[in-house]
Write a new protein. Sequence first.
Length: 217
Amino acid sequence: MAVKDFMTKKVFYVSPETTVAHATDIMREKGIHRLPVIENDTLIGLVTEGTLAEARPSKATTLSIYEMNYLLNKTKVGQVMIKDVVTVSKEASLEDAVALMLHEKIGVLPVVDNGKISGIITDKDVFKAFLEVSGYGEDGIRVRLIADDRIGVLEQIIHLIVEENLNISHTVNIPYKNGKVVVEVQIDGDIDLELLQKKFEKHNLMVDAITHTSSKK
């Protein structure tokens, strides 16, 4: 899985001369929480809801509304932006991007190659990727199997499903304990669940769960 397959390609951004007030308005209007700062087509910083909030006067201030608005319209994004921005390449694996987010304790990575931004990937994009890879929200059958972690076990599962003229749309393998592996399979089509379960169990594959799934938007 590559970053370019899951990143958000439409990126809203601001210049370092954009005011804090305007940047705040853009975030509110677009329903986003971060804005890359671009100058001469090059990423030079990042502003987030947090950095913009820090730029606002404290609630304990004695400034009037007029004075606060004046300050927010005078303060530029370039004065408050995060300058040391952690980025990722569009060719990087999604797993590397997630590991980088966890390590840096951040929820966003601008996607940059040769100084040019081509997208942005956030924790929300990662959640979407997980649902897509797992086959969540599709019509069909979801089977969770527990089997011996041995060579050929996945081939065996696939063969048993293909014998019933069914198509596998997604598979997820999870290393388990005591030499076992959990294999979750999303299957297109329909079949009697009891019949399918008995077929797996006949071949020493433990069915931990088997259910019909329905389409979710």
